[in-house]
Design a protein around this ligand. Structure first.
Ligand SMILES: [Zn+2]
Length: 210
């Protein structure tokens, strides 16, 4: 049961090719499990991104939708494709991406980084946080996109389960905590620079290199 979805604005940006590569991968991961959002994305594509305020037509990327759909089809690579990194335990859009080893930060959580060959500067990380533990506290210099892969967490605004996608902007001051019934694994990306604070942030920031 998916109850949290990317905003219409985000889907419109995806349709028009103006969403950053990291958030695009997170949203594509959501789309692979959400027929409702796939339908909305197609409706935005049908209007050619015209819902984007002030975006002149010649700035729109006509192949953005095709690329998003291609990611949804990643489970069926063409026979002549290069050997690809497959992640059978993860959503199909993540196939083909190098994912680094899990790294521990203290005893509270682990993280691993995804490398996007087409956008080496994109910051996409996977976080694994134990039951009952808070997610790392951080500030956002842009909207942060989080897709729950397994488990669940909650904050003052609600509960987020596997399949849910959460957008958090800078104004949101929240402290998500993983629910007590098990660990939680999330895929996260931010547009712009992620500013981690607190002791976890001081530990992880040099490691992630952002
Ligand atoms: Zn959705």
């Amino acid at each position: 049961m998916i109850t949290h979805h990317p905003s219409d604005f985000t889907l419109a940006r995806l349709a028009s090719g103006t969403l950053g590569a990291g958030p695009e991968l997170v949203v594509a991961t959501h789309l692979s499990g959400c027929p409702q959002c796939r339908g909305r994305l197609r409706s935005f594509e049908a209007v050619g991104g015209a819902m984007l305020d002030g975006a002149p037509p010649n700035r729109l990327s006509p192949d953005a939708f095709a690329r998003a759909l291609k990611r949804l089809d990643e489970a069926d690579p063409p026979a002549e494709a290069q050997p690809r990194v497959l992640h059978p335990d993860l959503p199909p859009p993540l196939n083909g991406y190098e994912i680094g080893p899990w790294r521990a930060v203290g005893r509270r959580f682990r993280w691993r980084r995804l490398t996007l060959p087409e956008s080496p500067d994109a910051n996409v990380i996977m976080l694994k946080v134990g039951a009952g533990q808070p997610l790392p506290r951080h500030g956002h210099s842009g909207t942060e996109y989080t897709q729950v892969l397994t488990g669940s967490f909650s904050d003052s605004l609600g509960r987020y389960r596997a399949g849910d996608c959460i957008e958090m902007d800078e104004e949101v001051n929240h402290q998500p905590v993983v629910d007590q019934d098990g660990e939680c694994v999330c895929l996260a990306a931010v547009e712009g620079r992620l500013r981690l604070s607190g002791w976890i942030g001081r530990l992880i920031q040099p490691l992630i290199g952002i």
